[in-house]
Design a protein around this ligand. Sequence first.
Ligand code: SF4
Ligand code: SF4
Length: 325
Amino acid sequence: MPSYRCHKLETSLHFLPKDIKFCCSCAEGPGISLENFNKINKKAIEKEKVKYINSLKNGEIPKQCQGCNEYKEVFGPEKNFFEALFEKKKKYPVSYIIVDHYKQCDCNCIYCSQKIIYKGEVKNYSLLPLIKQLYANNMIDNNNLKVEFQGGNISCLNEFDLLLEEFKKHNCTNFAILTNGIKYMPQLENLSNNPESFVCVSLDCGTKETFQKIKNVDAFEQTIENIKKLRDNSNLSLMLKYIVIKGINDNPEELKSFLNISKDLIKRGCILLEIDFRDTLMNHYNNFKVPNHYKELFNLAENYCKENNINFSIPDYTKKILLGK
Ligand code: SF4
Ligand code: SF4
């Protein structure tokens, strides 16, 4: 009987407007509904997590995971080790928290998962008390915690500074900050000395017109100026992202313009290309067939980065999709 494991399932808590998922998937993926927005239900979280871990261990792929390419088959010694861990009823401490429980934002991207999934029907709740309870309940792996701020946008999240302070108070130094960069946030300048921490801005374009089409706001120049300011005032690693969107920016001219701008903006960090989440992560039951011209765009970006000595990255799941796996 095959046995599967998903590292994300074992380590993550992803706070969304209505539920807590056990991985980075916001649309599908296993999790529990948030019934009480003021209280962490430790028992329910641990019980549900174990249920999914057990299904994978027994070779059954839960409906919520079908089509996802994060779980892996385990063999030989790893399988034995995994089974022994499971038998010991290990509690799976949380080492990856995704802050994604709010949708306030100062732009309106066409691919925004918050807006597509929740359509404005969400309650605004404060995450800080729940994070404090995770610490109080010993649910966090303090030595290895990584925190990712997704969105909305952090500049519109009133408790951003308080959350950051709470994590830092418990010695967390590993932060991934996703922001649209429209508003300058000086607090990012001293975010962390941890080389793994980074700020990611999804620029997705190299022109003002395309920025407007994607984000529905006129803030291209302002965003570029803010990125330059952060580059000059900090040592932070910067990831500049280009999400390839059908019929909007899936052409070499736009991509080249983005690459030329990015070359100047990145002091430390990388360029990352990925495919519109609406075709992939948000719909992983459908196998997205990558058009040939997407592959050419990925090659173009990779070659440009090589020639210009810029780090280039593609998320693992995108690599698999490109390879048709
Ligand atoms: S949906 Fe994917 S990432 Fe999430 S728990 Fe299932 S296998 Fe893991
Ligand atoms: S910046 Fe993020 S939260 Fe804001 S609209 Fe775009 S995708 Fe949504």
